[in-house]
Every structure is written in C-alpha cells, then in structure tokens.
Design a protein around this ligand. Sequence first.
Ligand code: SAM
Length: 232
Amino acid sequence: MSYSVSPIGFVRSCFKEKFAIPRQPHLAPAARGVLELVAPFNNGDAVQGLEQVSHVWLLFLFHQALEEQPRLKVRPPRLGGNQSVGVFSTRATHRPNGIGQSVVRLDKVEDGRLWLSGIDLLDGTPVLDIKPYVPYADSVPDAVNGIAASAPELIEVTWQPAALLQAQQHAQRLGEALVELIEQCLAQDPRPAYQQPTPERRYGARLWDVDVQWHYPKPGSICVLAVVPSVE
Ligand code: SAM
C-alpha cells in the first residue's frame, strides 16, 4: 500500500548546504528562515490563530537524503559515526519515508509566510504539515534518552579580527545576526567525529550568501578565518 503527500510549503533558510547545520532545532537560535506556503494554504485562512502560538512542529521531507532502499541500521554522528543502531532509535536523515520533524520558534506570520528561528532545515526543504506546539502535551520533563541524553558539548569559537569585521559587515547588509549564527553553528563542531583535523586543514560552509571558513588551531577549538561572499 502506498500513499502520496504533497508539500504545503517550502523553507527559505539561512542554511544553503547540509554541512554545519545543527543536528537539532534550538541549538542555534540565530538560525532563521521563512516558510513560504503554497496555494491553497497561502491566503491567510489556514494559519489563522497561529499568532497565538510561540512554537510549531514542522513535518518535512529530508529532500536531499531520500533513498530507494530503506536502511535498518544507521551510524549517528552523535555516537561518533562508528556505532550502528536501529534507524528508529535515532533522528537520522536517512530513514524510511525521509520524514523529519522539528519544533521551531514562530516569530511572525504574515502574507502566507511563517518567519521561523532556531531551525535545523536546509534551504528548499519541502514542508508537509505544521502543527502548534502544545506545552502540556509535548513537553515531557522526566523523559529519558540514553543515546542522546543531553545537548552536544560546545567547543570554543574564536575569530581572526579581519574575519569578525567581515562577518559584522555582512550582518549589517543582510539585517541578520550573522556573528551569532556562525558562533552557534560552529560551537556544535560540524566536523565528522572520525576526522582529526590538522591546523592546516580548512573547513567551509555557506550561510545566507556568504562562505564561512575556519580551522582547528588545536583540538576542541575553532578559529574563524574568513567570511566572504559565496561564489555560486
Ligand atoms: N530535527 C529533525 C528531526 O529530528 O527529524 C532533523 C534532525 S537531522 C539529524 C538534522 C540534520 O538534517 C541537519 O544537520 C542537516 O544536515 C540535515 N537536513 C536538514 N534539512 C535537510 C533536508 N531538507 N534534506 C536532507 N538533510 C537535511
């Protein structure tokens, strides 16, 4: 038996590539995006009442991780990438039906658009449904998860002075909290756990319309080297 679903909208996100997107929502509160609804949901009726809600669940498609053959076991980055566990015990992107879910802050609803922050979604992500977060039902204070017991440990992020200036200038141009976004994303240490970076090795990721470049001057520490306009 099969069912078909169609997107109710698409996310325009600060994240233009998968690398360096936090592994869950809320980890980078400065990560912003806009959910643009498509017809017939974009005329205001479908979102009436949402202005009374601070957070929403988004159900979406991992459209850049869809696979023909479902995986039964995955190696979550959370476990260092070398330990295999059942797909349903993780929030891995490679999963049957490719469905993701995130609770994100709803900053504003206007003209068939939802302004979101704290997102972990790639630009262009197709959204299948929106549901209001219901605190009394969705928050479970005594919940236990032995695989992901607490938020990932943060690492130190420092700046080359010129890179900080570049980020501040782009932040002003974009009208976005770019310095905070970079710090919050890099503090999650986006590098795959199995890689032991040398100080010479450069890493990069695209946020909004800029390329952020960094390296690891010593283990457990990131230094931002440059924030430059990205070349398409
Ligand atoms: N909060 C969601 C969940 O639990 O279903 C997503 C968790 S998943 C581990 C988060 C990762 O999904 C991000 O770090 C990013 O690399 C990836 N991702 C986000 N949007 C995606 C998309 N549209 N297609 C493929 N991968 C995506």
